[in-house]
Unconditional design. Structure first.
Length: 318
């Protein structure tokens, strides 16, 4: 762990009510910080999606069960308009949420529920597809760099048919703080060292309770984040390289690698060199069946068939 930090800081835990008492017990007895180790490292798969947008699929279907409630993570980034100019024309979704985080560039969102927003540098678009929506994400630039991420977050069975919703979060609305004077942390969702994210929803209403951090190492330093022991967690390095530290173990994670963290310990310690940037994502697993057909994610095959029929019948446009 990072020995210069407060080993007993528990303010960053994303805990639901069922586990609140356990958290209080840990805090009161001051159980030392125990950093998770890396279980597996994954290189993403190069592919194209939408109208030919070049991207890397970091979290694929092969890891959906292990990283429940997260279904997919795409990383797109290029300074060649031929790699992103076609964008993502109208396409449907049902049964989950999409979280698009723009590092650089401009992209316009429109959907069949009447929502519209301009995603710009550092901003986030959080869309709850629920019972069904048709939307598009189209570039509003003809040159320059376009870079960002899209995360798919599953919905529990009782929320899969909820009313679609959309949240347009501009960069200046995302809380940031300095950690130990050397690390900038952007808190997109959840809580980190006492700082609440742009999206912080009651876990009794939103079961996945996601933590989503963008961590920038401005100097060589070490970052600690507490994690609910029951939550699945991973990190993705998109600049430089970092190391995950646990007791006497230190494991390097290179550029463009995803590191799946073991389900042990009550946090994670990340050492980074100057210029390194990493996403840290964690959430409460739903432990429900996952039935997926492209942009539809339900619990059973019958529900998938119904989703396709509803889309073909035009019900997603109402």
């Amino acid at each position: 762990m990072c020995l210069s930090l407060n080993a007993f800081n528990n303010s960053g835990n994303d805990l639901d009510q069922e586990n609140h008492a356990k958290s209080q017990t840990m805090t009161s007895s001051k159980i030392p910080f125990q950093g998770r180790r890396i279980e597996q490292q994954v290189m993403g798969q190069a592919t194209r999606d939408g109208d030919g947008v070049k991207l890397t699929r970091v979290l694929t279907q092969a890891h959906q069960r292990r990283l429940d409630p997260f279904l997919m993570l795409d990383n797109f980034g290029s300074d060649d308009p031929n790699d992103y100019g076609g964008g993502f024309p109208d396409h449907p979704h049902r049964g989950f949420e999409t979280v698009t985080y723009m590092i650089a560039g401009r992209m316009r969102h429109k959907d069949s529920a009447g929502h519209e927003g301009l995603l710009q540098n550092g901003g986030v678009q959080w869309m709850t597809a629920g019972r069904g929506v048709v939307h598009s994400e189209m570039p509003e630039q003809e040159e320059g760099v376009m870079e960002g991420f899209q995360l798919w977050l599953n919905l529990p069975s009782y929320q899969k048919m909820c009313t679609p919703a959309y949240l347009d979060i501009q960069s200046d609305s995302i809380p940031e703080y300095q950690f130990n004077g050397s690390i900038k942390v952007r808190v997109i969702s959840g809580e980190s060292n006492g700082v609440s994210g742009a999206v912080l929803r009651p876990p009794e209403l939103f079961a996945t309770n996601p933590l989503y951090l963008d961590i920038h190492f401005e100097n060589d330093a070490c970052f600690e984040q507490t994690l609910n022991p029951l939550h699945n967690a991973f990190l993705f390095v998109y600049r430089g390289h970092v190391s995950v530290v646990s007791d006497s173990n230190k494991t390097s994670v290179g550029l463009h690698r995803m590191a799946i963290l073991q389900n042990e310990g009550n946090g994670v310690a990340i050492e980074g060199s100057r210029g390194a940037k990493v996403l840290l994502i964690a959430g409460q697993p739903l432990n429900e069946p996952i039935a997926q057909h492209g942009p539809f994610v339900m619990n059973t095959r019958e529900e998938l068939i119904q989703a396709v029929d509803d889309f073909r019948s035009g019900l997603f446009n109402s």
